[in-house]
Design a protein around this ligand. Structure first.
Ligand code: ZN
Ligand code: ZN
Length: 129
């Protein structure tokens, strides 16, 4: 598990519980799944098995979110039901997660391109000197 990073927060795994997604093969912190408020992989949306001690935490997150929505009464979204709002906010959060991960992949790809360019430069210099 060392050196592996959680695909949600991009932090390395320490001692925390983690979860392997059967759908997209990503490894995620249990706590990061809990924070998303859904027993689903935020990347491929496949349901993941949640150990009992985390199920209550997920419910708590959803309750928190619902209370937040109720206490802040967001006017422009008045026509939506509370449940629709919860799902909207969760999907926005999940989109953010995916964007963060895409950015990370882009950074990785750029590093590989830079590395390849260095090799090309090296190969050229060896040929001409
Ligand atoms: Zn994480
Ligand atoms: Zn997945």
């Amino acid at each position: 598990m060392k050196d592996k990073k959680c695909c949600i927060c991009l932090e390395e795994f320490q001692e925390q519980d983690s979860k392997f997604c059967d759908g997209c093969k990503k490894i995620l912190h249990m706590d990061c799944i809990v924070n998303s408020g859904q027993a689903r992989c935020p990347f491929c949306r496949k349901e993941v098995d949640i150990p009992d001690q985390y199920k209550e935490k997920i419910e708590e997150k959803r309750r928190e979110l619902r209370e937040y929505i109720e206490s802040n009464n967001p006017d422009p979204l008045e026509s939506l039901t509370k449940e629709e709002l919860v799902n909207l906010i969760l999907s926005i959060r999940n989109t953010n997660t995916r964007l963060r991960s895409a950015n990370n992949n882009m950074r990785l790809a750029n590093n590989h391109i830079r590395l390849a360019n260095n090799y090309i430069r090296l190969a050229n210099s060896l040929r001409f000197n």
